[in-house]
Write a protein that binds this ligand. Structure first.
Ligand code: ADP
Ligand code: GN1
Ligand code: MG
Length: 369
């Protein structure tokens, strides 16, 4: 069996699942973990689960990470119940192992976890209806509000300096210098594009130091395919991929959604003529996010939403290029030059945002009050 066949079945059997295993196939399009949909059957009834092998190269502290996931999902579970919602669908639910643990370490040293599968809901890689993007803005805005009451000091920092853009820049510079794959010459233009924008990278951290930008419990990976939209109601149902919940900036949660969802093409589109930054999508997301945030964002945070969008796009492009230079060791790829293609879409978006900067600022002003 391919796809880690023996390990995934060993792992699946370690969890408290119902019935007999029928299938366990790769699922979704995440770049970090290995995700499978597990289908079991008992008395003619099917039960589905998400089985994930966590990437412990990326997440060094699996125990801390799983404590975060458990803590946040239990916290959300209570809030959803209090609001008469459906906690089986509106938040992730961990399935314990047969001996009551939150994750399983297999005989090869890999780490696994299991969630209830949320059915009749979809994660999109491209905005199909602007309404979905509005809904996801509202949900991510609300999510940060809900987490405002979560005890931040209990959270492990699962990836230190995750959105520290100047630190990401230093890593990028080192990758260019080392050029272990001999690829730097081919991407001179892309390298120059990133270097020309170095001065802009430190603003958020500077404002934090000056006490002008608050640190909040954030999701930190708010792309559209990390939110499930209910197929029947069209409403945002559940925010997933909780691995990077850590203290961070609201403007970066906003910006990461924008870099992915306000692109008129997919993140890895090879035909750059299809890639552009959509102001109408920026506007619907802004409306949703500010509504969802319920007046909690400061004036500075709101004014910096265009900056947050540009930084997350530039940072992500820089991370894809760094990985390309280092030999594709971080993001999963499924074709040659995949990370370079991803870098190209992000840099094209940055350039387009720069052209549309004053329109972005106008949109923010329109929704500020
Ligand atoms: P990664 O960190 O690799 O992005 P995710 O946790 O985002 O992993 O999961 C990858 C994909 O698996 C998601 O984009 C989504 O399509 C699917 N998925 C994850 N959790 C669930 C769930 N509980 N129910 C249904 N689908 C899920
Ligand atoms: C990764 O795990 P996934 O695929 O949702 C990455 C994000 C990037 C994103 C780019 C832990 O997200 O930071 O923005 O790819 N997650 C991690 O698509 O590095
Ligand atoms: Mg994901």
């Amino acid at each position: 069996m391919n796809n880690h066949g023996e390990q995934k079945l060993e792992a699946a059997k370690a969890f408290a699942i119902k019935g007999q295993i029928k299938s366990c196939d790769p699922y979704g399009s995440g770049h970090i973990n290995l995700t499978f949909r597990l289908v079991c059957e008992e008395n003619g009834q099917e039960y589905s689960y998400i089985l994930q092998q966590m990437n412990h190269e990326v997440f060094k502290d699996i125990d801390g990470l799983m404590r975060n996931v458990k803590g946040v999902t239990s916290f959300l579970h209570k809030q959803i119940l209090a609001n008469h919602g459906d906690p089986d669908r509106e938040t992730l639910n961990l399935v314990p192992t047969k001996d009551g643990q939150d994750y399983y370490k297999d005989s090869q040293g890999n780490f696994w976890r299991m969630y209830l599968f949320i059915s009749n809901a979809t994660c999109y890689n491209l905005v199909e209806k602007p309404e979905d993007f509005y809904q996801s803005g509202k949900a991510f805005g609300r999510f940060q509000c809900l987490l405002a009451d979560f005890p931040a000091d209990q959270l492990a920092e699962t990836i230190p300096d995750f959105h520290n853009t100047p630190a990401r820049f230093r890593t990028f510079q080192k990758a260019v210098e080392e050029d272990v794959m001999g690829r730097a010459q081919k991407v001179e233009k892309e390298i120059a594009f990133i270097r020309e924008r170095e001065k802009e990278m430190g603003l958020a951290l500077r404002l934090k130091e000056e006490g002008k930008l608050p640190v909040r419990v954030s999701h930190n990976d708010t792309k559209l395919n990390n939110i499930m939209i209910d197929d029947s109601t069209g409403q945002a149902l559940c925010i997933i991929d909780l691995d990077t919940i850590m203290p961070g900036f609201s403007i970066f949660d906003f910006g990461d959604s924008i870099r992915f969802g306000a692109n008129t093409a997919q993140e890895d589109e090879q035909d750059l003529s299809k890639v552009s930054f959509s102001l109408p999508l920026f506007e619907v997301y802004t409306k949703g996010f500010l509504e969802g945030s319920g007046g909690r964002l400061t004036e500075t945070e709101i004014e910096l939403l265009p900056y947050g969008s540009k930084m997350m796009t530039l940072e992500c492009g820089m991370r894809f290029l760094t990985d390309y230079l280092q030999g594709d060791v971080y993001f999963h790829i499924s074709r040659e030059d995949h990370n370079l293609d991803r870098c190209h879409t992000q840099l094209a978006l940055v350039a387009d945002m720069e052209k549309k900067w004053s329109d972005m600022e106008q949109i923010i002003k329109k929704y500020q009050d």
